[in-house]
Design a protein. Sequence first.
Length: 327
Amino acid sequence: MSILTLEDLTDSELNHLLDLAARFGREGIPAVRGGRFVCGLFFNPSLRTRTSLEVASVSLGAHCTTHDVGAGVWKLETRDGAVMDGDKAEHVRDAVEKFLSGVYDCIGVRAFADLSLPYGTNLHDTVLRAVATASHVPVINLESALFHPMQALADLLVLKNHCEGEPSDHTVALTWAYHPRALPMAVANSALLAFTRAGYRVNLVHPEGFDLDAEVMRVAREHAGDRLAVHHDMNDGLRGAQVIYAKSWGARSEYAAPVARDHLKGWIVDKRRQELGNPGAFMHCLPVRRNVVVTDDVIDGPHSWVAEQARSRVLAQAAVLHEVLEP
Ligand code: CP
């Protein structure tokens, strides 16, 4: 079972993973059968995802190796038919098809969007899909250009833990926040899909021109109907929300053409904004720029769930690896 997006899973598979992760949180992570090997291919930096993959693997009794592509292992070419006379020493078909997927039982891949390329070019999740195509073993998306399913799974776990009653009794304000440079959309895309699918009310809040991916919006609307509202005023979008989930992302127009964004510095989650919520519990996937995206008093305050979110990454990762290694 490869997981490139949570949309790959049926409702029953998704709920099973959430139940399993919650059980691991209560009872500990059980060992799978011995001699299992997990590989992490990191084309970009990571703290939580790498740590979660390693800790979850070892907790399950599997061995995990993580590779920084281009730093310690060869730079990988992903394009079919490429004339490899540049800086990439090895093709993914040779690295993954002919070697890694023969020695590992599962391969995790982190490959962000390349914001120096036009938005449309990133829609193909080229690197992730090249590895998945070359691999004979399951591939797990550890954040691609479009999606971050392991983060969304951990986020759902946290919401389930705190939000009593029906999901539709709770409003999550998924809000854009200022960042000095454009970032990928993957976290926001996956959060929107996961929260709408799980039945929460979602206020998607962002400045004009910062729309999420059109296909993601279509599916989110299909999940949510009138439970999804879009706001372009941060205060309006946060008012009354039980949860404020902040994340910055780049506008489609900023891909391949960075633009000044200083005029958006006011898009910060501070105490005054949090108090518009009810209670406005704060979530962010981390890493976060303090006092740019969120003020210290909010992220360190009594209604901050970021520590639980980060630690839930290990449980979510363990649940996924458990099902992949011992289905
Ligand atoms: N949230 C998240 O994916 O963190 P890292 O980038 O540190 O892995």
